[in-house]
Each structure stands twice: as structure tokens, then as C-alpha cells.
Design a protein around this ligand. Sequence first.
Ligand SMILES: C[C@@H]1N[C@H](CNC(=O)c2cc3ccccc3o2)[C@@H](O)[C@H](O)[C@@H]1O
Length: 440
Amino acid sequence: MGDLDFRGRQMPAWFPDAKFGVFVHWGAYSVPAWAEPTGELGAVDPEVWFAHNPYAEWYWNTSQIEGSPAHEHHRTVHGGLPYDTFLDAWKAELFDPAEWIDVFARAGARYVVVTTKHHDGIALWDAPGTGTRNTVRRGPHRDLVADLAAAVRARGLRFGVYYSGGLDWHAGRRAVIRHEDLIDECRPHDAAYAAYALRQVRDLIDRYRPDVLWNDIGWPDAGMADLPDLFAHYYATVPDGVVNDRWDGAHADYLTSEYQANRQNETAAHWEQCRGIGLSFGYNRNEGPEHLLDPAGAVRQLVDVASRGGNLLLNVGPKADGTLPGEQRTVLEGIASWMAGHGGAVYATRPLGPGAAPSDGAPWIRWTRDDRHAFAFLADVPDSARDQVVLKTRPGLLDPATAVRLDDLPVRADAVPDGILATSVALGTPLPTVLRFALL
Ligand SMILES: C[C@@H]1N[C@H](CNC(=O)c2cc3ccccc3o2)[C@@H](O)[C@H](O)[C@@H]1O
């Protein structure tokens, strides 16, 4: 492998073992905190998406689109004021990074990735070249990246940085109205912006030594030649760091998917699915319980992703005052109580592979494995099953006699022609029950 050819690079074990990360999207957009809860990326007609964007962190863009509800909202509620007004209105007066990370750590997150500069071009540290367009010089008057990095590492978690390399609405481009705009028309590709972005990412690497370098949208054409050296510098600075795949094909330690978009990436050797607890990454005041995952849904999202060999990067959108929205905190607390008793069937596991059948219907079934055990996750066992579930497994894969429920309730498992008949109490909850079997 040449010193600038990273294709053969070994994936550091910490990343696939981690399984669960928390994403944080926090910015000036958290002040208006307004979007239409239209639907999930990949499930909404691209022709509808941009004018009715459910991503509240896209507020600047959506509010520029004439005729959009966001444009009307910005005019009537915020008097059409310049977007940077929200930076000065963003006080983060109740921000307690240690409290956030305590919630994330108890939920079982092993890494945290935070926005350092989103598409609005406002930096959450005193980024070079931003002048006063950052949270140190205005608004919160804090280096939020440093505060979060310190709190994350104090809890023994890994710290990652999100950087919007491909879109920067301060770099003088018009609003994205159609999907094809994202390729060229609305993205800065010039040498000046490329140098600006490169300088900022190098600064992030040198100051915070992030364990994850999470770029978004892509990288400016004029800067593509800079990337091999940038990655070499990153790996020299953070030898077990990992880089995502949103660098316009320059390099990737792992592939990503987002809500229902690019699910084909979830067949890669290493991959990560990112999504919000609701339909937005930035806090959206218009989201109600009907738009959010509930605790059982979030746990099943994590288990499904882990059972297929991926990581889930689940996003929290804090309020402008620095508090975590109550409904999002409730979901994290629900994950925490389940992970407390079942995390051992998730962390550092791998897919069980052929020979055991998952199911999407009722009952909902997923499998993972470690070196010595197979773990079956069961949920939504229908009443008609009377707490009995046939786990379709090939003969000789695992030993039914070794069945144990991770919540210590009784379980009975017997070999039957097409697998294992599990008979137990309370199998039918929406939160997965986990059975452990010794592998043969
Ligand atoms: C994490 C979210 N990313 C959004 C941009 N998404 C993409 O550019 C994108 C989505 C995606 C899915 C699979 C492979 C590549 C991909 O790129 C970005 O627009 C949102 O505001 C939020 O930051």
C-alpha cells in the first residue's frame, strides 16, 4: 500500500465493535428550529424534498425558496431577517456538555459525532477564515467543539467531527432547489473555497484529534488533489481514526446510508446508517411523537443494523438553549434501560450469517453472534403464538439446551425439525427479548 493509498488500510476494531454512536446537529438553525415533518430521506419525492425539507438544519435554504411554507414562516415570524441573526440569538445558556454525554453514554453510545460546520457555514469553534462567523466570537461565545470533545473523552467515548465540505451557503451559492443542484450549481468548487475548507479540516484534526472524520455532501473539485495528503496527515495524527465515504469518491474507511437513502451501502464490509430520532437532524419544533422513533423502535433499529454488520449513528438535535428536547431524551433513556441488560448481545458482535433466519414480520427476529454464542432477538410475538416461537436455524448451528434469556426470566428451547422451538413468558413485547445459545 503506497503511503497515499489507503484502500488496503485495516479497519480499527473499535469502530465495528462500537455498533452505536450518537450524532449531534446543533447550530444557528436550532434557533428557528422549524421545518415541515414531511417524511424520511429516500421516501419523499425529490421534487418535493427541497421546498418542504424536513431537515430543520436546512432552514436557510428552505426559507429562500419562494412559495415554500418555510419562506412564509421566515417572513411572518422572523420578519425575513438575515439568517446570521440566528447566530447572535443562539445563547446556549443552559448548555451542560457533561450532562449530554452522560445521557449518551448511559444509552450505550460508544462514539459521538458533532457538527463543527454545517451547510450554513457557521463554525462551532474559532475556525480559521470564518472571522466572526463562529460560536466563539458570537452567540454562545464558546468553543463548543472543544467543550464537547472534552466531555466525550471524559466519559471514555470516542469523539468525531462532522464537517460540511460540499455545501457552504456562505461560499456564495444560491439555494438548492432541485436535487441536481447538489451536484454542481449550488456547491462551491473553486480553489479559494477548497483552500478554506482544507485549512479548517486540518485545524480540526490538529486541535481535536477526532476519532471520526465525517465529511458531508462531498469535497470541492478544486480541492480533490489535496485529499490524499489530508488523509495521510489525519492517520499520522490519529492512527486508529476512521474516515467516512462522503468525499466524492476520494476515500472511505466505511460507507454510509441516511434514513432510506443509499441502503445499498449497507452491504459493505463496514458501514454506518445515520438518521434522526425523528425526521430531522436539527431540532424541529414541529415534530410530534408521531414523527419520532419510540424507545422500542430505536432499539430495533440498532439491533437490525448491528445484526447486518453495521453501526447506527442516531442523531439528537439539541435546542438553542443547550437542553436536549424532552421527547428525544425519553428515547435515549429507553435505549439506556434496554442496553443495560442486553448490550452484551450487541457490542463487538458480528452477523450470525446463513443458517439462522431473521424475520421482518411477527414475530420480529434478528441474530448476532460472538465467538462462543448466538443471540436471538425476538419482539412482537403475536398472541396466537402463545409465547412460542420457532427460530429457523440449520441443524448443528447452536445448542438449544444452552438457551438463556438475558433478562434472567425462564425460557425453554427444544430442537424441532426446522430449528428451535422457544417457549417462554412475555416474549411478545415490542422491546426485543434476547435468547443466548452456545454455538456448536
Ligand atoms: C447527516 C445529514 N446529511 C445530509 C446530506 N446527505 C448527503 O449528502 C448524503 C446522503 C447520503 C446517503 C448515502 C451516501 C451518501 C450520502 O450523502 C445533510 O444535508 C443533512 O443536513 C445532515 O447533515
